[in-house]
Design a protein around this ligand. Sequence first.
Ligand code: RIB
Length: 291
Amino acid sequence: MKVLNYGSLNYDYVYEVDHINQPGETQSCVRRNVFCGGKGLNQSVALARAGVSVYQGGLTGEDGQMFLEVCRENGIDTSCLGRVEGPSGHAVIQLDRSGENCILIYGGANQSQTREWMDKTLDHFGEGDLLLLQNEVNGLDYLIDQAYAKGMVIVLNPSPWDDKLKACDLKKVSVFLINEVEGGQITGEQEPERILDKMQQLYPDAQTVLTLGSKGAIWQGRGQRVRQKAYKVDVVDTTAAGDTFTGYFIAGMTEHMPVEENMRRAARASAIAVSRMGAAPSIPALSEVER
Ligand code: RIB
């Protein structure tokens, strides 16, 4: 099984602040750092660090050299990663003293996917291969339809949720990875168990992983639920916590790891990620997670 992660690559401009700005407020930041991130790249890094051979699909801009270096350092295949004129995607992240964040995304090259490029990428994959998607690139509806027609297994982290997802045939998705906010947006429910009940009703053949931050995560599939607690750590930066969980969980799926063990390992990886600064750089290697 080949794994294609078709998704975003962002430069993350991280501004450390006392508190997240209120409307109309101006605040000086303590420090600024620039990291490689983007939900797509972060999840590829997590997959690669968990030991999976992964292809990164998508587009960078003319300034995308650092992304290629991160991919090379992590053994991520970039043969499906194109380059277009103009800037790459970036994110402006306010990071407060407690490690909570607030993110604003500029799509850049991530929003320049063409059908031609998506087709060219999917040509390298076929039945039984896995396609991982997030919602930071355009063309998700097309990618889902084309990949499904090929018999690929579609895994969707519909983050950030927006109205474009309404154009996607989500019945073609085999695995959803969502947080409480996205769960609420998809199902109209607020309470975790009810979100899962509704997911079961709407997508009876799919698995769902609902992440709940400090309250852990719940997996649902084959008529069962498995609950996983969150590990307690000193939180430095929550950016990419969900991406780390997603990458590690999918890695476990490709290894046919029992769900309980897979959830435990993904929760450990994600706990390590929040104890460190940055998105892609904070994602732990498998050896650290096992230790
Ligand atoms: O999930 C975290 C990521 O969201 C950041 O790296 C940022 O780029 C945004 O895409």
